[in-house]
Write a protein that binds this ligand. Structure first.
Ligand code: FAD
Ligand code: 2HG
Ligand code: ZN
Length: 451
C-alpha cells in the first residue's frame, strides 16, 4: 500500500522455536518492543514498526512442514509459522488435499501471519474461519515461555481453548511458531462462472438462488462492482468477459462450485445460468462459464487481482467491513457522495471509489483510490465510514484486523467492557507491553507500559 513506513535497526530471522524464545526472553528483560513479521502482506500496517525502537522478528526462515498424515483420515498438517501459504498448497497437492484458506496474497503471506490476522479469504464460505480449522498452535509468549498446544486432536474440551486468543491477535500476545491445521480433501471438480448483473438489486436474489440451486456444491460467491471490475481489467488482472458482454452491467458476481462429480456439478451450474437467462426479468445480463483450467484461473485472477490493480492505480484507503448485504451499494454510494460534497472526487484527489468482497460472508471491501494520501481525504473518510458501519451495527474490520490503522476506531465495533477485558488479557500476557506495541488496542489514557 505504501502507506505505513517504519524504522528498525534490527531484523532477526530465527530458525527454531528455541531461538524465538531466547530472543523474546531477552527483549522482555530489556523492555525492547518486538514486531513479528510474516509475509508482510497485511493491509492494516500491523507488521510495520512504529518508531518505538522495536526490532523485527521475521519468521521466514522457519519454513518447514513438520508433519502430514495423509492416511489416518484426520488430514492435519503441522507446519512452521513461516511457511508461505502457496508452498503449503503445493505441498498438499500430490496428496489431494488443500489448505482451508486462500486469497490473493497466497504467494507471499505465511501461515503464522494468516493465523495472527485470522485471515478470511475466498474459501471461508465453504470451510469456515481459522477459529474452526486451526487445531493447535505453538506460541512463544512475551516472557519467552513456549506454549505448546500443537495438538492434532479434532475434539478437545479440556478447559479454556487458549489457542483461540492468538488467532487474530496480530502479534500482540505472542509469536506463533507452529500451526496445526485441518486440510480438506481437494474437491474432485471445481468450476466457476462470472455473471454480469444489470443492477445491484439482483445480487441478493441471485445469492439466494445460487444457495438453493447449487446447495452443497456452492463454494464461493464473490461480488465485484463495476468500478472494481474495470480497474482489474484495465490493469491486466485476469480475464472475464468481452467488453460487449460486460457492457451494461452495474456489477458482477463470481460463483464457484466444488464437488465430487464434474459432470453433475457442471450441469448444475450451467442449469442455473440457463434458468437465470430464460426468466422474464432476468437477474443477470449474461454469464461466462469457465471451460478449462486456464479460464477458471483467469476468472479468479480478475477477482483476486483487484487489490493489486488498486495499488497500480493509486494510493488506497481501505475499509474492510461487515455490514448487511443489502447495504453494500448504499455504503459505496454514500462514500462517493461524501467525497463529492467535499469537492474531493477527481483525477487529482480521489480517482475511484470501488466495492467488492465476500458476499457469502457479508464482507465488503470499500477501497477509495486517490492520487496521493492526504489529510483532507482522510478527514473526509474518517470517522465518516466508521460511523456508517456503526449505524448498521457492523464491524470496522471483517477480516484484515486492526493493526495500526484501525486501533483507534475499535470502539465503533466493541463496547467499553469488551475493550476493557481485551486490555486485561493483553496486560496479563504481556505486562511489559513488548509485543507489537501500538497495534490492535487504542492507547489507554495514562498508559503505563510503553517499552
Ligand atoms: P504480516 O503482514 O507479516 O503480519 C500481519 C500481522 O500479523 C502483523 O500484526 C504481524 O505482527 C502479525 N504476525 C505475523 N506473523 C506472526 C506470527 N508468526 N506470530 C504472531 N504474529 C504474527 N486478508 C484476508 O483476511 N482475506 C483476504 O482475502 C485477503 N486478501 C489479500 C490479498 C492481497 C493481495 C493482500 C496483499 C492481502 C490480503 N489480505 C487478505 C490481508 C491478510 O491479512 C494478509 O495477507 C495475511 O493473512 C497476513 O499474513 P502475513 O504472513 O503477510 O503477515
Ligand atoms: C480481498 O478480498 C482481500 O481481495 C483484499 O481481502 C481486500 O485490498 C483489499 O481491500
Ligand atoms: Zn477479502
Amino acid at each position: 500500500m505504501g502507506k505505513y513506513h517504519g524504522t528498525s535497526s534490527t531484523v532477526l530471522r530465527p530458525r527454531t522455536t528455541k531461538e524465538v524464545s531466547e530472543i523474546v526472553k531477552y527483549c522482555n528483560e530489556k523492555r525492547i518492543g518486538i514486531v513479528p513479521q510474516g509475509g508482510n502482506t497485511g493491509l492494516v500496517g500491523g507488521s510495520v514498526p512504529t518508531g518505538r525502537g522495536e526490532l523485527v522478528v521475521s519468521l521466514g526462515s522457519m519454513n518447514k512442514v513438520r508433519h502430514f498424515d495423509p492416511v489416518s483420515g484426520m488430514c492435519t498438517l503441522v507446519a512452521d509459522a513461516g511457511c508461505v501459504l502457496q508452498s503449503l498448497t503445493d505441498y498438499l497437492a500430490p496428496h489431494n488435499h488443500i489448505m482451508p484458506v486462500e486469497f490473493g496474497a497466497k504467494g507471499s503471506c505465511m501461515i503464522g501471519g494468516n493465523c495472527a490476522t485470522n485471515a478470511g479469504g475466498v474459501r471461508l464460505l465453504r470451510y469456515g474461519s481459522l477459529h474452526g480449522t486451526v487445531l493447535g498452535l505453538e506460541v512463544v509468549l512475551p516472557d519467552g515461555t513456549i506454549l505448546d498446544q500443537l495438538t492434532t486432536l479434532r475434539k478437545d474440551n479440556t478447559g479454556y481453548d487458549l489457542k483461540q486468543l492468538f488467532i487474530g491477535s496480530e502479534g500482540t500476545l505472542g509469536i506463533i511458531t507452529g500451526v496445526s491445521i485441518l486440510t480438506p480433501p481437494a474437491p474432485q471438480a471445481s468450476s466457476n462462472a462470472l455473471l454480469a448483473l444489470p443492477s445491484f438489486d439482483s445480487v441478493l436474489p441471485l445469492f439466494k438462488r445460487a444457495k438453493r440451486e447449487l446447495s452443497e456444491i456452492l463454494s464461493a460467491f464473490e461480488f465485484i462492482d463495476r468500478g472494481a471490475y474495470d480497474l482489474s481489467v484495465r490493469h491486466g488482472q485476469g480475464r472475464g468477459m468481452s467488453p460487449e458482454e460486460a457492457g451494461g452491467a452495474e456489477c458482477f458476481v463470481l460463483i464457484e462450485t466444488s464437488g465430487g462429480r464434474r459432470e453433475h456439478d457442471e450441469e448444475k451450474l450451467s442449469d442455473l445460468l440457463e434458468h437465470l437467462l430464460s426468466e422474464d426479468k432476468p437477474l443477470i445480463n449474461t454469464g461466462v462459464l469457465s471451460q478449462d483450467a486456464t479460464q477458471f484461473s483467469n476468472i479468479w485472477s480478475l477477482r483476486e487481482g483487484i487489490t493489486e490493480a488498486v495499488s497500480k492505480e493509486g494510493k488506497a484507503y481501505k475499509y474492510d467491513i461487515s455490514i448487511p448485504l443489502s447495504a453494500f451499494k448504499e455504503v459505496v454510494d454514500a462514500t462517493k457522495d461524501r467525497l463529492r460534497e467535499k469537492g474531493l472526487l477527481g483525477p487529482h484527489a480521489v480517482k475511484e471509489v470501488v466495492g467488492y468482497g465476500h458476499i457469502g460472508d457479508g464482507n465488503l471491501h470499500l477501497n477509495v483510490v486517490a492520487a496521493a494520501y492526504t489529510s483532507e481525504i482522510e478527514a473526509a473518510l474518517e470517522p465518516f465510514v466508521y460511523e456508517l458501519v456503526g449505524k448498521y451495527k457492523g464491524s470496522i474490520s471483517a477480516e484484515h484486523g486492526l493493526g495500526v490503522m484501525k486501533a483507534h476506531a475499535l470502539h465503533y465495533s466493541k463496547n467499553g467492557i469488551s475493550i476493557e477485558w481485551m486490555r486485561r488479557i493483553k496486560d496479563l500476557f504481556d505486562p511489559n507491553g513488548i509485543m507489537n506495541p501500538g497495534k490492535v488496542l487504542p492507547p489507554a489514557s495514562g498508559a503505563s507500559h510503553e517499552p
